[in-house]
Design a protein around this ligand. Structure first.
Ligand code: DQA
Length: 152
């Protein structure tokens, strides 16, 4: 095993660039840039390297997943509303074949019924929802543990 830090691809999907303008009761008050700074800082403390990506275009999200081979060891993914119906993203995540955690700022399990559906959930080894930005640190910790354990 090399000593290089594990590389985590942190991927945000549709409308997450609008954090700071969205309902603070659901999503908090941080902008995406502030959230990414916090996640990057937490990752550094955990000895992880992060790379961030956000798009509102599903095809770009899919192509980012296609290009991860050799550039990332694991994925932390908040696809926004795509979570609930974007089968093409599910297929691309399967192709990426990396350990992944699904994350949501809000508690998708206690909102509208359609938000309880995740088309990516069973490809992710954990889902964290409803913990706000703190959930990202929990997710990074899970990813680190998983990578340290090695392939399952
Ligand atoms: C979200 C939850 C989704 O249902 C919603 O469409 C989002 C954000 C979250 O982080 O809580 O855009 O993924």
């Amino acid at each position: 095993m090399s000593d290089a830090p594990y590389r985590i691809e942190v991927m945000h999907g549709v409308n997450l660039d609008q954090l700071g303008r969205r309902d603070p009761a659901l999503y908090g008050t941080l902008t995406l840039a502030e959230l990414e700074r916090q996640v990057g800082g937490d990752a550094g403390e955990l000895g992880l390297q992060t790379r961030f990506f956000q798009t509102n275009h599903e095809g770009d999200f899919v192509e980012r997943l296609h290009g991860l081979d050799g550039h990332a060891d694991a994925i932390l993914m908040n696809p926004g509303a795509w979570t609930h119906y974007a089968w093409a993203i599910r297929d691309a995540l399967e192709i990426a074949a990396l350990p992944a955690v699904e994350i949501h700022l809000s508690d998708v399990h206690r909102r509208e019924p359609w938000r309880r559906v995740s088309v990516i959930g069973d490809l992710c080894f954990a889902t964290i929802a409803g913990q706000g930005p703190a959930g990202y640190r929990a997710a990074l910790t899970l990813l680190r543990e998983r990578l340290q354990r090695g392939p399952e």
